[in-house]
Ligand binder design. Structure first.
Ligand SMILES: NC(=O)C1=CN([C@@H]2O[C@H](COP(=O)(O)OP(=O)(O)OC[C@H]3O[C@@H](n4cnc5c(N)ncnc54)[C@H](OP(=O)(O)O)[C@@H]3O)[C@@H](O)[C@H]2O)C=CC1
Ligand SMILES: Nc1c(N[C@@H]2O[C@H](COP(=O)(O)O)[C@@H](O)[C@H]2O)[nH]c(=O)[nH]c1=O
Length: 331
Protein backbone atom coordinates (compact mmCIF):
# COMPACT_ATOMS: atom_id res chain seq x y z
CA UNK A 1 0.00 0.00 0.00
CA UNK A 2 1.39 3.43 -0.92
CA UNK A 3 2.05 5.82 1.99
CA UNK A 4 0.08 8.98 2.72
CA UNK A 5 2.29 11.79 1.39
CA UNK A 6 2.62 15.13 3.17
CA UNK A 7 4.69 17.67 1.24
CA UNK A 8 6.02 20.42 3.50
CA UNK A 9 7.92 23.58 2.66
CA UNK A 10 8.31 27.25 3.45
CA UNK A 11 8.29 29.92 0.75
CA UNK A 12 9.11 33.62 0.81
CA UNK A 13 6.45 36.19 -0.10
CA UNK A 14 7.94 36.29 -3.59
CA UNK A 15 7.67 32.52 -3.90
CA UNK A 16 11.21 31.23 -3.30
CA UNK A 17 12.33 28.22 -1.24
CA UNK A 18 15.82 29.61 -0.63
CA UNK A 19 17.94 32.51 -1.84
CA UNK A 20 20.66 32.28 -4.47
CA UNK A 21 23.60 32.30 -2.02
CA UNK A 22 25.39 29.11 -0.93
CA UNK A 23 24.26 29.63 2.70
CA UNK A 24 21.05 27.95 3.77
CA UNK A 25 18.21 30.45 4.13
CA UNK A 26 15.77 29.69 6.91
CA UNK A 27 12.41 31.14 6.01
CA UNK A 28 10.24 29.74 8.81
CA UNK A 29 10.19 31.49 12.16
CA UNK A 30 11.02 29.50 15.33
CA UNK A 31 7.38 28.58 16.07
CA UNK A 32 6.94 27.20 12.57
CA UNK A 33 10.17 25.21 12.78
CA UNK A 34 8.75 23.68 15.95
CA UNK A 35 5.51 22.83 14.09
CA UNK A 36 7.57 21.15 11.35
CA UNK A 37 9.32 19.16 14.09
CA UNK A 38 5.89 18.06 15.36
CA UNK A 39 4.97 16.87 11.85
CA UNK A 40 8.27 15.01 11.53
CA UNK A 41 7.51 13.19 14.79
CA UNK A 42 4.24 11.84 13.30
CA UNK A 43 5.68 10.19 10.19
CA UNK A 44 7.56 6.99 9.38
CA UNK A 45 9.92 8.55 6.85
CA UNK A 46 11.18 11.96 5.67
CA UNK A 47 12.29 12.33 2.03
CA UNK A 48 14.42 14.98 0.35
CA UNK A 49 16.29 15.22 -2.94
CA UNK A 50 20.07 15.10 -3.04
CA UNK A 51 20.08 18.78 -4.09
CA UNK A 52 18.81 19.66 -0.62
CA UNK A 53 21.48 17.48 0.98
CA UNK A 54 24.17 19.23 -1.07
CA UNK A 55 22.75 22.73 -0.42
CA UNK A 56 21.63 22.49 3.22
CA UNK A 57 23.48 19.49 4.71
CA UNK A 58 20.35 18.72 6.81
CA UNK A 59 20.10 16.20 9.63
CA UNK A 60 16.32 15.69 9.29
CA UNK A 61 15.88 14.48 12.86
CA UNK A 62 13.12 15.05 15.38
CA UNK A 63 14.60 17.78 17.55
CA UNK A 64 12.37 17.94 20.64
CA UNK A 65 13.44 15.38 23.28
CA UNK A 66 9.83 14.87 24.45
CA UNK A 67 8.72 14.01 20.89
CA UNK A 68 11.59 11.55 20.53
CA UNK A 69 10.69 9.99 23.88
CA UNK A 70 7.02 9.69 22.84
CA UNK A 71 8.06 7.87 19.66
CA UNK A 72 10.32 5.51 21.58
CA UNK A 73 7.50 4.80 24.05
CA UNK A 74 5.35 3.72 21.08
CA UNK A 75 8.07 1.32 19.92
CA UNK A 76 9.23 3.57 17.05
CA UNK A 77 12.76 4.78 16.31
CA UNK A 78 13.28 8.19 17.91
CA UNK A 79 13.42 9.83 14.47
CA UNK A 80 11.86 8.65 11.19
CA UNK A 81 13.72 6.87 8.41
CA UNK A 82 15.55 9.41 6.19
CA UNK A 83 15.20 8.89 2.43
CA UNK A 84 17.34 10.74 -0.11
CA UNK A 85 16.44 10.61 -3.80
CA UNK A 86 19.64 10.43 -5.81
CA UNK A 87 21.34 8.68 -8.69
CA UNK A 88 24.73 9.13 -7.02
CA UNK A 89 26.51 8.48 -3.75
CA UNK A 90 25.82 10.91 -0.92
CA UNK A 91 28.63 13.41 -0.28
CA UNK A 92 31.32 12.24 2.16
CA UNK A 93 30.74 13.78 5.54
CA UNK A 94 27.08 14.70 4.85
CA UNK A 95 25.36 14.99 8.24
CA UNK A 96 22.48 12.84 7.01
CA UNK A 97 24.89 9.89 6.75
CA UNK A 98 25.44 9.80 10.48
CA UNK A 99 23.03 8.56 13.16
CA UNK A 100 20.95 8.27 15.11
CA UNK A 101 18.31 7.73 12.39
CA UNK A 102 18.66 5.30 9.48
CA UNK A 103 19.25 6.80 6.00
CA UNK A 104 18.58 5.14 2.64
CA UNK A 105 18.94 6.37 -0.92
CA UNK A 106 16.41 5.63 -3.65
CA UNK A 107 15.97 6.47 -7.34
CA UNK A 108 12.92 6.19 -9.54
CA UNK A 109 9.62 7.82 -10.35
CA UNK A 110 7.49 9.05 -7.44
CA UNK A 111 5.20 6.03 -7.95
CA UNK A 112 8.13 3.60 -7.79
CA UNK A 113 9.55 5.33 -4.73
CA UNK A 114 6.17 5.23 -2.95
CA UNK A 115 5.71 1.55 -3.81
CA UNK A 116 9.16 0.79 -2.41
CA UNK A 117 8.50 2.73 0.80
CA UNK A 118 5.08 1.09 1.15
CA UNK A 119 6.79 -2.33 0.96
CA UNK A 120 9.12 -1.18 3.74
CA UNK A 121 6.10 -0.46 5.96
CA UNK A 122 6.04 3.33 5.59
CA UNK A 123 2.44 4.51 6.16
CA UNK A 124 3.15 8.26 6.44
CA UNK A 125 5.83 10.00 4.40
CA UNK A 126 6.87 13.64 4.69
CA UNK A 127 8.48 15.14 1.57
CA UNK A 128 10.51 18.17 2.67
CA UNK A 129 11.86 19.25 -0.72
CA UNK A 130 13.69 20.63 -2.49
CA UNK A 131 12.36 22.41 -5.54
CA UNK A 132 12.82 19.58 -8.08
CA UNK A 133 11.43 16.89 -5.81
CA UNK A 134 8.38 18.98 -4.88
CA UNK A 135 7.75 19.66 -8.56
CA UNK A 136 8.19 15.98 -9.42
CA UNK A 137 5.83 14.70 -6.69
CA UNK A 138 3.17 17.36 -7.28
CA UNK A 139 3.23 16.87 -11.08
CA UNK A 140 2.92 13.10 -10.67
CA UNK A 141 -0.16 13.49 -8.46
CA UNK A 142 1.77 11.78 -5.67
CA UNK A 143 1.00 14.33 -2.90
CA UNK A 144 -2.02 13.92 -0.62
CA UNK A 145 -1.46 16.99 1.56
CA UNK A 146 0.65 20.11 1.08
CA UNK A 147 1.62 22.26 4.06
CA UNK A 148 2.98 25.47 2.61
CA UNK A 149 4.24 28.18 4.93
CA UNK A 150 4.36 31.74 3.68
CA UNK A 151 7.17 33.56 5.45
CA UNK A 152 7.44 37.37 5.57
CA UNK A 153 10.70 37.60 3.64
CA UNK A 154 11.50 38.94 0.18
CA UNK A 155 14.30 36.94 -1.36
CA UNK A 156 14.63 38.26 -4.93
CA UNK A 157 15.85 35.08 -6.61
CA UNK A 158 16.42 31.43 -5.76
CA UNK A 159 14.90 27.98 -6.27
CA UNK A 160 11.14 27.65 -6.58
CA UNK A 161 8.81 24.88 -7.54
CA UNK A 162 6.52 25.21 -10.52
CA UNK A 163 4.50 22.80 -12.58
CA UNK A 164 1.19 21.11 -13.05
CA UNK A 165 -0.58 18.29 -11.30
CA UNK A 166 -3.85 17.77 -9.52
CA UNK A 167 -5.84 20.75 -8.24
CA UNK A 168 -5.11 21.76 -4.64
CA UNK A 169 -8.08 22.26 -2.28
CA UNK A 170 -7.60 24.49 0.74
CA UNK A 171 -8.42 22.70 4.02
CA UNK A 172 -7.15 25.18 6.58
CA UNK A 173 -5.02 28.21 7.40
CA UNK A 174 -3.20 29.17 10.59
CA UNK A 175 -1.09 32.11 11.64
CA UNK A 176 2.10 30.98 13.37
CA UNK A 177 3.99 33.99 14.67
CA UNK A 178 4.54 36.05 11.54
CA UNK A 179 4.21 33.02 9.24
CA UNK A 180 1.01 31.73 7.64
CA UNK A 181 0.45 28.01 7.22
CA UNK A 182 -1.72 27.02 4.25
CA UNK A 183 -2.91 23.40 4.19
CA UNK A 184 -4.11 21.86 0.94
CA UNK A 185 -5.34 18.39 -0.01
CA UNK A 186 -5.29 16.72 -3.43
CA UNK A 187 -7.29 13.94 -5.04
CA UNK A 188 -10.97 13.16 -5.37
CA UNK A 189 -13.44 14.30 -2.72
CA UNK A 190 -13.68 10.91 -0.99
CA UNK A 191 -9.89 10.55 -0.70
CA UNK A 192 -9.41 14.12 0.50
CA UNK A 193 -12.08 14.11 3.17
CA UNK A 194 -11.39 10.58 4.36
CA UNK A 195 -7.64 11.18 4.73
CA UNK A 196 -8.46 14.36 6.66
CA UNK A 197 -10.84 12.41 8.94
CA UNK A 198 -8.03 9.90 9.59
CA UNK A 199 -5.50 12.55 10.65
CA UNK A 200 -8.09 14.27 12.87
CA UNK A 201 -8.11 11.08 14.96
CA UNK A 202 -4.65 12.04 16.22
CA UNK A 203 -6.26 14.71 18.38
CA UNK A 204 -8.30 12.22 20.43
CA UNK A 205 -7.68 12.14 24.16
CA UNK A 206 -6.42 8.60 24.91
CA UNK A 207 -8.86 5.89 26.03
CA UNK A 208 -8.43 2.22 26.96
CA UNK A 209 -12.10 1.47 26.29
CA UNK A 210 -12.88 3.21 23.00
CA UNK A 211 -11.41 3.76 19.55
CA UNK A 212 -9.86 7.04 18.42
CA UNK A 213 -11.74 8.28 15.39
CA UNK A 214 -11.90 11.39 13.22
CA UNK A 215 -14.97 12.58 11.33
CA UNK A 216 -15.77 15.16 8.62
CA UNK A 217 -19.25 15.95 7.30
CA UNK A 218 -19.43 17.50 3.82
CA UNK A 219 -22.44 19.02 2.02
CA UNK A 220 -23.25 18.07 -1.56
CA UNK A 221 -21.69 21.34 -2.81
CA UNK A 222 -18.37 20.44 -1.13
CA UNK A 223 -18.78 22.73 1.89
CA UNK A 224 -17.33 21.19 5.05
CA UNK A 225 -20.22 21.40 7.51
CA UNK A 226 -18.35 20.09 10.52
CA UNK A 227 -15.46 17.97 11.74
CA UNK A 228 -14.20 16.53 14.99
CA UNK A 229 -12.78 13.56 16.85
CA UNK A 230 -13.63 11.16 19.64
CA UNK A 231 -13.90 12.63 23.16
CA UNK A 232 -13.30 16.20 21.97
CA UNK A 233 -16.24 17.73 23.87
CA UNK A 234 -17.16 14.95 26.30
CA UNK A 235 -15.24 11.88 27.53
CA UNK A 236 -17.86 9.47 26.14
CA UNK A 237 -18.39 11.16 22.76
CA UNK A 238 -17.77 9.27 19.56
CA UNK A 239 -16.43 11.48 16.75
CA UNK A 240 -19.63 11.23 14.65
CA UNK A 241 -21.79 11.92 17.69
CA UNK A 242 -20.00 15.17 18.59
CA UNK A 243 -20.06 16.46 15.01
CA UNK A 244 -23.75 15.60 14.52
CA UNK A 245 -24.73 17.20 17.83
CA UNK A 246 -23.07 20.46 16.75
CA UNK A 247 -24.88 20.36 13.39
CA UNK A 248 -28.35 19.90 14.92
CA UNK A 249 -31.10 19.83 12.28
CA UNK A 250 -29.12 21.45 9.49
CA UNK A 251 -31.18 20.64 6.35
CA UNK A 252 -27.99 20.20 4.31
CA UNK A 253 -27.37 16.93 6.20
CA UNK A 254 -30.04 15.29 4.00
CA UNK A 255 -27.68 15.52 1.02
CA UNK A 256 -24.37 15.28 2.88
CA UNK A 257 -21.63 12.65 3.14
CA UNK A 258 -20.18 11.66 6.50
CA UNK A 259 -16.51 10.62 6.43
CA UNK A 260 -15.24 8.61 9.37
CA UNK A 261 -11.85 7.00 9.91
CA UNK A 262 -13.67 4.00 11.47
CA UNK A 263 -16.95 2.37 10.44
CA UNK A 264 -19.71 4.06 12.51
CA UNK A 265 -20.71 1.90 15.46
CA UNK A 266 -23.87 -0.21 15.58
CA UNK A 267 -23.91 -0.84 19.34
CA UNK A 268 -22.68 1.05 22.40
CA UNK A 269 -22.07 0.16 26.01
CA UNK A 270 -21.94 3.71 27.36
CA UNK A 271 -24.87 5.40 25.59
CA UNK A 272 -28.21 4.26 24.13
CA UNK A 273 -27.84 5.37 20.50
CA UNK A 274 -25.09 3.99 18.29
CA UNK A 275 -23.66 6.31 15.62
CA UNK A 276 -25.44 4.33 12.86
CA UNK A 277 -28.78 5.33 14.40
CA UNK A 278 -27.70 8.97 14.83
CA UNK A 279 -26.59 9.15 11.19
CA UNK A 280 -29.81 7.58 9.93
CA UNK A 281 -31.88 9.92 12.13
CA UNK A 282 -30.01 12.95 10.76
CA UNK A 283 -31.00 11.78 7.25
CA UNK A 284 -27.41 11.57 5.96
CA UNK A 285 -27.59 9.48 2.77
CA UNK A 286 -23.92 8.49 2.42
CA UNK A 287 -21.10 7.32 4.69
CA UNK A 288 -17.47 6.73 3.69
CA UNK A 289 -15.04 5.07 6.10
CA UNK A 290 -11.52 3.67 6.09
CA UNK A 291 -11.61 0.80 8.58
CA UNK A 292 -14.20 -1.86 9.42
CA UNK A 293 -14.71 -1.89 13.19
CA UNK A 294 -12.64 -4.74 14.69
CA UNK A 295 -14.48 -6.88 17.29
CA UNK A 296 -12.52 -5.33 20.16
CA UNK A 297 -15.13 -3.60 22.32
CA UNK A 298 -18.23 -5.15 20.68
CA UNK A 299 -18.44 -8.84 19.68
CA UNK A 300 -20.05 -8.46 16.24
CA UNK A 301 -19.90 -4.87 14.96
CA UNK A 302 -22.91 -4.14 12.75
CA UNK A 303 -22.73 -0.43 11.89
CA UNK A 304 -22.62 -0.99 8.12
CA UNK A 305 -25.53 -3.45 8.17
CA UNK A 306 -27.64 -1.05 10.23
CA UNK A 307 -26.85 1.91 8.00
CA UNK A 308 -27.63 -0.06 4.86
CA UNK A 309 -30.88 -1.31 6.35
CA UNK A 310 -31.81 2.34 6.93
CA UNK A 311 -31.10 3.13 3.26
CA UNK A 312 -27.70 4.80 3.75
CA UNK A 313 -25.02 4.11 1.14
CA UNK A 314 -21.81 2.90 2.81
CA UNK A 315 -18.42 2.95 1.08
CA UNK A 316 -15.31 1.36 2.62
CA UNK A 317 -12.00 2.69 1.23
CA UNK A 318 -9.27 0.23 2.40
CA UNK A 319 -6.51 2.45 0.97
CA UNK A 320 -6.72 4.63 4.07
CA UNK A 321 -7.00 1.86 6.67
CA UNK A 322 -3.27 1.89 7.62
CA UNK A 323 -3.46 5.69 8.09
CA UNK A 324 -6.65 5.36 10.17
CA UNK A 325 -5.01 2.73 12.40
CA UNK A 326 -1.77 4.68 12.75
CA UNK A 327 -3.52 7.92 13.71
CA UNK A 328 -5.74 6.03 16.16
CA UNK A 329 -2.71 4.49 17.83
CA UNK A 330 -1.02 7.85 18.42
CA UNK A 331 -0.76 9.07 21.99
N1 LIG B 1 12.11 26.33 2.10
C1 LIG B 1 11.97 25.05 2.24
O1 LIG B 1 11.04 24.57 2.90
C2 LIG B 1 12.94 24.14 1.59
C3 LIG B 1 13.90 24.63 0.76
N2 LIG B 1 14.77 23.78 0.11
C4 LIG B 1 15.71 24.37 -0.81
O2 LIG B 1 15.58 23.73 -2.09
C5 LIG B 1 16.84 23.77 -2.74
C6 LIG B 1 17.16 22.43 -3.32
O3 LIG B 1 16.29 22.13 -4.39
P1 LIG B 1 16.82 21.39 -5.70
O4 LIG B 1 18.13 21.94 -6.07
O5 LIG B 1 15.74 21.41 -6.69
O6 LIG B 1 17.14 19.92 -5.18
P2 LIG B 1 16.26 18.72 -4.67
O7 LIG B 1 16.40 18.61 -3.20
O8 LIG B 1 14.89 18.75 -5.24
O9 LIG B 1 17.08 17.50 -5.27
C7 LIG B 1 17.21 17.32 -6.66
C8 LIG B 1 18.14 16.12 -6.85
O10 LIG B 1 17.53 14.97 -6.30
C9 LIG B 1 17.82 13.83 -7.10
N3 LIG B 1 16.56 13.36 -7.63
C10 LIG B 1 15.42 14.06 -7.84
N4 LIG B 1 14.47 13.25 -8.30
C11 LIG B 1 15.01 12.03 -8.36
C12 LIG B 1 14.49 10.77 -8.74
N5 LIG B 1 13.23 10.61 -9.12
N6 LIG B 1 15.32 9.70 -8.68
C13 LIG B 1 16.61 9.84 -8.28
N7 LIG B 1 17.13 11.00 -7.91
C14 LIG B 1 16.33 12.08 -7.95
C15 LIG B 1 18.79 14.30 -8.15
O11 LIG B 1 20.05 14.17 -7.53
P3 LIG B 1 21.34 13.48 -8.20
O12 LIG B 1 21.84 14.48 -9.15
O13 LIG B 1 22.26 13.25 -7.02
O14 LIG B 1 20.88 12.21 -8.84
C16 LIG B 1 18.45 15.77 -8.28
O15 LIG B 1 19.52 16.53 -8.75
C17 LIG B 1 17.86 24.23 -1.72
O16 LIG B 1 18.18 25.59 -1.99
C18 LIG B 1 17.13 24.10 -0.41
O17 LIG B 1 17.55 25.06 0.54
C19 LIG B 1 14.72 22.44 0.32
C20 LIG B 1 13.78 21.92 1.16
C21 LIG B 1 12.81 22.72 1.83
N1 LIG C 1 14.49 26.33 5.07
C1 LIG C 1 13.36 25.77 5.59
C2 LIG C 1 13.16 24.39 5.59
N2 LIG C 1 14.08 23.57 5.06
C3 LIG C 1 14.05 22.12 5.29
O1 LIG C 1 14.61 21.80 6.56
C4 LIG C 1 15.76 20.97 6.36
C5 LIG C 1 16.79 21.14 7.45
O2 LIG C 1 16.29 20.60 8.63
P1 LIG C 1 17.30 20.25 9.85
O3 LIG C 1 18.13 19.12 9.41
O4 LIG C 1 16.39 19.90 10.97
O5 LIG C 1 18.07 21.49 10.11
C6 LIG C 1 16.24 21.41 5.00
O6 LIG C 1 17.11 20.57 4.41
C7 LIG C 1 14.95 21.49 4.26
O7 LIG C 1 14.46 20.21 3.91
N3 LIG C 1 12.03 23.90 6.11
C8 LIG C 1 11.08 24.72 6.65
O8 LIG C 1 10.02 24.25 7.10
N4 LIG C 1 11.29 26.05 6.69
C9 LIG C 1 12.38 26.61 6.16
O9 LIG C 1 12.50 27.82 6.21
Amino acid sequence: MRPHVLASCAVSLDGFLDDATPQRRILSGPADLDRVDEERAKVDAILVGAGTVRADDPRLLVRAPERRAARTARGLPESPLRVVLTTRALPDGARIRSGPAETITLAGTPGEVLDELGCRGVVRLMVEGGASVLREFLSAGAVDELQLVLAPQLVGEGPRFTGGGRAPHLVGTRTIGEDVLLRYRFGDADDRHLAEACVLAENCPPSATAFSVGCVVVADDGTVLGSGWSRRDHPLDHAEEGVLRALGNDPRLRRATLYSSLEPCGARASRPDPCAALIARAGIPRVVHAWREPPEFVAAPSGTEQLEAAGTEVRHVPRWEPLARMCAARR
